[in-house]
Design a protein around this ligand. Structure first.
Ligand code: SF4
Length: 316
């Protein structure tokens, strides 16, 4: 029997019909994690139950099934049987784009995992390379990056659409680390898409770094672009290429199929509650320590995102 997996909620896009699966639990303990799904919880469901509730959520909101599914978490690859059954179930329901968002670790532990996912219907994989130096990776995530790098190679070998991402963290993962990652990727294929995201300290589990300056990110972009043809700068929490426009609200559908239209403030509240619960601090203590971006930084970041995304679109 296929194992069950915790589902925190589904997210439905308001920009175009598409659904995200937020699965719980993770094999990493990234110091800068900002995902409450990391810690498990949610509702335990079989792949069939998950698919059935996803279908009901989409039919109620869109009146039809969308073509695109994004599987994220937490870390979706933890239960191999569950994930493969979920992917093949999505394909059987007619989804034409099935995207996996992963830290890559499990994908590199078993040679056949990536190809089995693609054979089951996976069409795209987004994998994070948190650091190139193994000691930094171990310090930041608690695990070696060797399986991650292997996972990237194995996923590339399948021929599936691939996007790799790294978070720029001043003092930890800076331009030199990013250039080494770009060199590694170019040794596989210089056409691999690569995104650099700025570290966002506001809701990080540990505030291990600060926001990089725009100049720091641009410099890393320049170095990575020496080795790769498809580098872009992005925001921290989106995993698409190019970066999509900002959204004001998201439709969240919980496993019991209750629906809530959530704003950025609602998402902030979830993270405040998570940090408060896991760190034993009051809500007020968390809020007092929040460090929000100033509007100028936001505007500048949007400008470089537009520049780097636009040049890639024109080249495409
Ligand atoms: S950032 Fe992602 S990979 Fe890292 S601990 Fe959080 S959920 Fe896991």
């Amino acid at each position: 029997m296929t194992s069950r997996r915790g589902l925190l909620y589904f997210t439905l896009s308001e920009i175009e019909p598409r659904i995200w699966f937020m699965l719980t639990g993770c094999n990493f303990r990234c110091r800068g994690c900002f995902r409450p799904a990391r810690d498990g919880g949610g509702t335990l469901l079989s792949p069939e139950e998950t698919l059935d509730r996803a279908e009901q959520a989409c039919l109620r909101h869109y009146g039809k099934l969308p073509g695109k599914a994004m599987i994220t978490g937490g870390e979706p690859t933890l239960n191999r049987d569950f994930l493969i059954a979920l992917v093949s179930g999505l394909r059987d329901k007619g989804f034409s784009e099935i995207v996996l968002m992963s830290n890559g670790y499990e994908l590199g532990l078993e040679d056949s995992y990536a190809s089995e996912l693609v054979d089951s219907g996976l069409t795209e994989a987004h994998i994070d390379i948190k650091a190139f130096s193994d000691d930094i990776h171990r310090w930041y995530t608690g695990q070696s990056n060797k399986p991650v790098l292997r996972g990237v190679e194995l996923m590339h070998d399948t021929g599936v659409e691939l996007l790799i991402q790294t978070v720029y963290m001043p003092g930890i993962v800076e331009a030199n680390e990013i250039e080494q990652i770009a060199e590694f990727l170019s040794s596989i294929d210089r056409g691999i898409k690569y995104r650099i995201n700025p570290f966002a300290p506001a809701f990080a589990y540990e505030r291990v770094s600060r926001r990089p300056t725009i100049e720091e990110i641009e410099y890393a972009y320049k170095l990575a672009s020496r080795h790769l043809d498809n580098v872009i700068i992005s925001r921290s929490c989106y995993r698409e290429f190019p970066t999509p426009p900002s959204q004001e609200t998201w439709i969240t559908v919980y496993p019991d199929l209750t629906i809530k239209r959530r704003t950025i403030q609602d998402q902030e509240e979830d993270r405040i509650a998570w940090l408060s619960r896991t760190k034993g601090l009051t809500r007020e203590e968390i809020i007092q320590a929040l460090e929000r971006d100033n509007p100028t930084y936001r505007m500048e970041l949007e400008r470089v995102i537009a520049l780097t995304s636009d040049s890639k679109r024109k080249e495409a």
